[in-house]
Write a protein that binds this ligand. Structure first.
Ligand SMILES: Nc1nc2c(ncn2[C@@H]2O[C@H](COP(=O)(O)OP(=O)(O)OP(=O)(O)O)[C@@H](O)[C@H]2O)c(=O)[nH]1
Length: 454
């Protein structure tokens, strides 16, 4: 059964029954796959770790037990100024070759009943002090029911849904009979909804044929068929939607994307997620182009209580990755998240840089990186598609993290990315909070997009 049938039912009169039965079955099935149990399992595991004091877990800010447990805490953007540090101020040696890596350990605070005020931060606790850690605050943030997740999708897609609804309502209000003018306008409406020109043309062409076959007279006869076509095209790709996390050993995830799309935020949110699952997480600040980018990652490391391997701005990014891999292997880390500089302006340099990073990774772990994730900003619409094309020409992309869907009216680009680029969207950003990064769920997405149109 296709995605459309699963979600909305084939015929309108069957809709209620099919949806309810199917949804109940789907939910049952998905509940079994639900990471909640894993979270609980991992939480236990993490608790044990805490008891053994192997690894302090309370992050520097935003996650201590004093924070609200319902994840309402909005994490402010790190404020580090994006000034380029002159490497010679940091070290007198040649950075490319000899800059010593710095492993920034997360700053740790004792659990306290007092709210943590950023203005009056306590001094970092000395290592030998007894640290009481409350991992529940972190775990609670990530424990979310499917209903809550679906609601989040629904809220975040409201602007995109409005784009679709406005376009379609206008189309059907203006055209009552099925004629060539209607099809031209339909194509235009689809393009304006950011599904991409190719997909818009393909769908319109198929509809022209089907309208003839069923001898459709009224445009209303085609209303459901249009959405059915869009949804089933999307579903037809069957691309892997989950991140390829290794059950054993180190998983290396490489992040690419232009400045400002939300790459660092995505890495920070993922680090917190895996940390919460009891995994040992390490970050590599291989975006050495800007000192601000390094500071920003270190700040996220503090928030998620994970270590960050850095070198001074201007250092060789591959050298940072080399050091991070050495540390990850030596200290048995589970996940290494690598931030890179995405300077599309100079494709040759970017290609060389990513090639070198890739070689360094492969030398240490032949089947890594396990994912190369391209971060794209959903608010930029077709521009994001263009970026995806350009990055794909530079390096193979295994998945997309589509950020800022919550503030975008152009969420239709998910359809375009999947259909025309054949790259799966694996993560979506639905806000700035720590738990606003979600695994992409096509059913929630499609329902959130079209539910009011049928
Ligand atoms: N609303 C919303 N904002 C987001 C989301 N993801 C990231 N942002 C915001 O987008 C801005 C840019 O995010 P960054 O993570 O700094 O982007 P970047 O790609 O790392 O940029 P550079 O560090 O300059 O390379 C920040 O203000 C984030 O808080 C999201 O899913 N929703």
């Amino acid at each position: 059964m296709g995605l459309f049938d699963r979600l909305f039912g084939k015929k309108k009169q069957e809709e209620q029954v099919v949806n309810e039965e199917q949804l109940a079955a789907d939910q049952q099935e998905q509940i079994t796959d639900e990471p909640v149990s894993t979270v609980i399992e991992e939480k236990k595991h993490a608790d044990q770790k805490v008891e053994q004091k192997e690894e302090p877990v309370v992050p520097k800010e935003g996650l201590s037990s004093a924070q609200p447990k319902d994840s309402e805490q909005v994490l402010p953007r790190p404020t580090a100024e994006p000034t380029l540090i002159n490497p010679s101020e940091e070290t007198s040696e040649n950075e490319e070759v000899s800059a010593e890596p710095v492993v920034t350990e997360p700053q740790i605070k004792p659990t306290s009943d007092e709210p943590v005020s950023p203005a009056a931060e306590p001094e970092p606790v000395a290592e030998e002090e007894d640290i009481v850690i409350d991992i529940d605050a972190l775990a609670d943030i990530f424990t979310q029911s499917r209903e809550e997740t679906e609601k989040k999708y629904e809220q975040s897609l409201s602007l995109t849904r409005k784009t679709f609804a406005d376009g379609f309502n206008e189309l059907f209000a203006n055209f009552r009979t099925v004629d060539e003018e209607f099809f031209e306008e339909l194509e235009e409406t689809l393009i304006m909804s950011d599904v991409g020109v190719d997909l818009a043309m393909e769908i319109t062409e198929e509809l022209r044929k089907e309208a003839k076959l069923v001898n459709a007279k009224s445009t209303d006869d085609l209303r459901q068929l249009i959405i059915e076509k869009i949804v089933d095209k999307f579903d037809g790709e069957k691309l892997p939607s989950r991140l390829d996390i290794q059950p054993e050993g180190l998983t290396v995830l490489l992040f690419v994307g232009v400045n400002g799309v939300g790459k660092t935020t995505t890495i920070g949110k993922l680090a917190a997620r895996y940390k919460n699952e009891g995994k040992r997480v390490l970050l590599a600040a291989a975006d050495t182009f800007r000192a601000g980018a390094i500071d920003q990652l270190v700040e996220w490391g503090n928030r998620s209580a994970v270590e960050v391997v850095t070198k001074p701005a201007g250092s060789d990014p591959a050298a940072v990755v080399f050091d991070a891999l050495a540390k990850a292997k030596a200290d048995n880390y589970d996940i290494l998240l690598v931030d890179t500089a995405g300077r599309l302006q100079n494709k040759d340099n970017l290609m060389k840089e990513l090639e070198k990073i890739g070689k360094v990774i492969k030398r240490e772990i032949p089947d890594a990186p396990h994912e190369t994730i391209l971060a794209l900003d959903a608010t930029t619409g077709q521009n994001a598609i263009q970026q995806a094309k350009e990055f794909s020409a530079v390096t193979p992309i295994s998945g997309i993290a589509l950020t800022k869907l919550d503030g975008s009216a152009k969420g239709g680009i998910v359809l375009s990315i999947v259909q025309s680029l054949k790259i799966p969207v694996k993560l979506i950003g639905l806000g700035e909070k720590l738990n606003d990064l979600q695994d992409f769920d096509e059913e929630f997405f499609v329902r959130g997009l079209f539910k009011e149109l049928l």
